[in-house]
Design a protein around this ligand. Structure first.
Ligand SMILES: Nc1ncnc2c1ncn2[C@@H]1O[C@H](COP(=O)(O)OP(=O)(O)O)[C@@H](O)[C@H]1O
Ligand SMILES: [Mg+2]
Length: 366
């Protein structure tokens, strides 16, 4: 199993233990997890460990048009519909003695859900256009990235089917939850890539690895694979630094929470260094408005009002600090009316850092 599901992190060890326990039973398993977490590999591992003699037959319910899904699953008799010039066994029959893996079960149309439920209850099916009952014998594994309970509440997924397929839920951890596995998984993926394609393995330095482990990976392992492919193309055989990872290989996702807002600031500090030569004041390490033009290559969205407010707060506080808390001097430094500055300070809840110099010097005079 270690060659199917790569990883040594605690959540992955738990996952493997669970797979081992469940694999040999014939109970239905529902594999849950975000897109790209490796749900299909979990199905493969379950089948491999099950000892079942038959094959693993996979059907992606989201990838097959709903008109075709029924005959794909149930098979059809000759003449069942236009173009059915031969009888054909469906996936249910092909999975005999093995495992049927229904991927993206949440996308199965309601009408077909009823038929699937009946097949599971009767352990028999009828081909499309055929009368005879055909016995079926498979172990069912379903997977979804969707919240099926919600679909049940909305009426787009049958509750009785949900209870039947969800005998044993197996939750696959996100890549962010198992980021310590990233080097191991990346090595495996790069190893495969260099074997399959004519690729020279890129070399990631320590800062590159640390960028990869900080990234939230909304697309999970599938996204990691894409990033590594990009790396192999852009940096064939070369050294890759953290800066390369951030600027050329990753697109940071939207920060919402405070700590991520800080990450935004950290990223904007990095922007300062970029392309200073384009500006006449080269030595000043200050961000310039034009730098913000690059932001959308880092982020999908920017909270503009919040960011501008943060800029205001920082500059007003700095001006007050520089003027020893004297509002009129700070207002001059900011080219604002004194009253305007006071209004802003109230609105932004900024307090004067120190009492005005006059008061302070009084205090200090013995
Ligand atoms: N533990 C893992 N080690 C290596 N590659 C993995 C692992 N888990 C997933 N992958 C790879 O990530 C990609 C997405 O996996 P997949 O099972 O299709 O995800 P899901 O079905 O959850 O969206 C595939 O290319 C798969 O080979
Ligand atoms: Mg999948």
């Amino acid at each position: 199993m270690d060659d199917i599901i790569i990883g040594q992190s605690a959540p992955v060890k738990d996952l493997k233990r669970l797979i081992e326990v469940v694999a040999t039973a014939s109970t239905n398993v529902l594999v849950l997890g975000e897109t790209g977490t490796g749900k299909e590999l979990v199905a493969r591992a379950l089948h491999a460990q099950s000892g079942r003699k038959g094959k693993l037959i996979s059907v992606n319910c989201a990838a097959i048009p709903s008109e075709l899904l029924e005959s794909e699953l149930f098979g059809h008799e000759k003449g069942a519909f236009t173009g059915a010039d031969k009888a054909r066994a469906g996936r249910f029959e092909m999975a005999k003695g093995g495992t049927l893996f229904l991927d993206e079960i949440g996308d199965m149309p309601l009408a077909l859900q009823s038929k699937l439920l009946r097949a599971l209850e009767d352990k028999a099916i009828q081909r499309v256009g055929g009368g005879a009952d055909v016995p079926v014998d498979f172990r069912l594994i379903c997977a979804t990235h969707q919240k099926i309970e919600q679909k049940v509440d909305e009426g787009s997924f049958r509750a009785d089917l949900y209870f039947r397929i969800n005998v044993f839920p197996v939750q696959v951890p996100t890549l962010a939850e198992r980021s310590v596995d990233i080097p191991l998984i990346a090595e495996a993926i790069l190893g495969q890539m260099t074997a399959d394609q004519n690729i020279v393995k890129p070399q990631l330095d320590e800062s590159a690895w640390s960028e990869l482990s900080r990234y939230p990976w909304p697309g999970n392992i599938r996204e990691l694979r894409n990033v590594l492919e990009r790396a192999a193309v852009l940096f064939a055989g070369q050294a890759i630094s953290g800066k390369h990872v951030k600027e050329n290989l990753l697109r940071l996702k939207v920060p919402d929470r405070r700590e991520e807002q800080d990450a935004l600031w950290a990223a904007s500090e990095d922007l300062m260094g970029i392309d200073g030569s384009a500006s006449p004041i080269v030595d000043l390490p200050l961000p310039r408005p034009s730098h913000y033009a690059d932001w959308f290559s880092y982020f999908d969205t920017i909270d503009l009002r919040r960011h501008l407010r943060d800029v205001e707060v920082v500059l007003i506080e700095a001006a007050l600090e520089k003027s020893d808390g004297m509002v009129s001097h700070a207002a001059n430094a900011l080219k604002l009316q004194r009253t305007t500055l006071i209004e802003k300070m109230k609105k932004l809840m900024i307090e004067r850092p120190t009492p005005p110099k006059s008061e302070r010097s009084n205090e200090l005079t013995p």
